[in-house]
Design a protein around this ligand. Structure first.
Ligand code: GDP
Ligand code: IMO
Ligand code: MG
Length: 423
């Protein structure tokens, strides 16, 4: 149990932050491996609520070391704001946070290009954090990395080179004002001074830690269905949230990963565009949003809500290899007389048991539901599996069988103490 990957099983916002905070009591190091400040991971401790975007959620446990891997794209402004917010809350960051020298930097033109491309037709509904354009530059081998900050001459050259192309694009294609290269250089030189102390050779650090027997939790952002390869492309993010991304995004080899933990919300939500077979556009959807406080932790956008889709979770379990899962937000279903669960789909009169990721077919499927009785009891104070009403246990048994998952952790509220292990 020394190296584990934690992955969102659906379209993000499953409650990863909360479960990372719970699990990090048992881990020495927590590492983010992909995504950027598009993530919003919420942790509630007593009367304090923290929303982490770039820094691993383990930062709230003082004995835990936090690492940002090479797979993450780092927005300097967002990172410095987050560090300062944590320090204002008496959470020590220096000496406890390390950043890979190979992580790519989000530049002002990435955010600008993200917002310009979202102002046209065929919107993805991105978070506007510059994620897509930054990964484009990474794969086009034009990106600027943390390590480039350490050499002023290289940094200047790379920014100037990039600005020639980006300003051409802005001016000639988008008829937008050009960006000031000197200002950007100045801004990133300042950033270098602020983050120098955090930079590390992360693959060496993490692999040495594993050799010393230290435990590492790898914190995924987003969710499996937002994965650029395995998700509902093109309505995805531009990184690999699935468990495979944990290796490329950190430098930890697959042979060193001991377990994969999935986070499954007891119903389904999605932010942004793209097909969502079990979406509810009626009063039940409104109730899920209201009771579950389903508003984006990063953008504040209302989340689209629907019933649990076990065909989707089964697909997610297959591509991620979940050893166990945590079920979150079970309490949100407490007020429903009846709860529906999708077990598969119909398409063109035929039954589909598997999840079609191509958006054309996925947008046409008709979910096949099973209706389960609600429990109509407040479960948010339950402290053990034994205390749950019979109908809640039946719901858990049913979804576990349908999705082929082993439920180890149950979350019945946003606070730390509203969590228990299934014996
Ligand atoms: P993440 O991105 O996966 O970390 O999830 P978010 O933080 O974006 O969204 C999850 C939201 O649900 C946050 O507001 C959490 O505080 C809250 N939450 C987490 N677990 C539970 C739970 O079991 N019950 C309830 N009611 N809220 C929860
Ligand atoms: P956490 O880690 C939910 C969604 C956006 C959009 C798509 C692409 O909190 O679960 P991007 O800005 O990444 O280019 O947007 O992905 N998205 C998320 N949805 N939770 C997230 O993160 C998300 N990060 C990105 O809404 O549909
Ligand atoms: Mg979130």
């Amino acid at each position: 149990m020394s190296v584990s990957v934690l992955v969102g099983s659906q379209w993000g916002d499953e409650g990863k932050g909360k479960i990372v905070d719970i699990l990090s009591e048992k881990y020495e190091i927590v590492t983010r491996y992909q995504g950027g400040a598009n993530a919003g991971h919420t942790v509630e401790i007593d009367d304090k609520k923290f929303v982490l975007h770039l820094i691993p959620s383990g930062i709230l446990r003082e004995n835990v070391i936090c690492v940002i891997g090479n797979g993450v794209v780092i927005d300097p402004t967002a990172l410095l704001e987050e560090i300062s917010l944590l320090e204002k809350n008496d959470i020590k960051v220096a000496g406890r946070l390390f950043i890979s020298h190979n992580a790519h930097l989000i530049m002002p033109y990435h955010k600008l290009l993200d917002s310009i491309s979202e102002s046209g037709e065929n919107k993805i509904g991105t978070t506007g954090r510059g994620i897509g354009p930054c990964y484009i530059d990474k794969y086009a081998r034009k990106g600027i990395k943390i390590v480039d900050l350490l050499n002023r001459k290289v940094l200047e050259e790379k920014i100037r080179e990039n600005l020639i192309e980006k300003n051409n694009l802005l001016k000639k294609v988008y008829e937008h004002a050009e960006l000031n290269v000197e200002e950007i250089i100045k801004q990133y030189v300042e950033f270098d001074k602020a983050i120098d102390k955090y930079v590390k050779d992360v693959p060496v650090y993490l692999n040495n830690a594993i050799s010393e027997g230290k435990s590492i939790l790898l914190e995924g952002a987003q969710g499996a269905l937002l994965d650029v390869d395995h998700g509902t492309y093109p309505y995805v993010t531009s990184s690999s949230p699935t468990s495979g991304g944990a290796c490329t995004g950190t430098g930890i080899p697959p042979t060193k990963i001991d377990s994969v933990i999935g986070i499954v919300k007891a119903y389904t939500t999605r932010v942004g565009n793209g097909p969502f077979p079990t979406e509810l556009l009626d009063d039940d959807g409104e109730s899920l949003r209201k009771i579950g406080a389903e508003y984006g932790a990063t953008t504040g956008r209302p989340r689209r809500c629907g019933w649990l889709d076990t065909a989707l979770v089964r697909y997610s379990a297959m591509i991620n290899g979940f050893d166990s899962v945590a079920i979150t937000k079970l309490d949100v279903l407490s007020q429903f007389d009846q709860i529906k669960v999708c077990g598969g789909y119909e398409l063109d009169g035929k039954t589909l048991k598997s999840f079609p990721t191509d958006v054309d077919r996925l947008s046409k499927v008709i979910p096949v539901y099973k209706k389960l009785p609600g429990w109509k009891k407040d479960i948010s104070n339950c402290l053990s599996y034994a205390e749950l009403p019979k109908a809640t246990k039946d719901y858990l048994k049913f979804i576990s069988g349908e999705a082929g998952i082993k439920i180890d952790i149950i979350s019945v509220g946003p606070k730390r103490q509203q969590t228990f292990y299934v014996d």
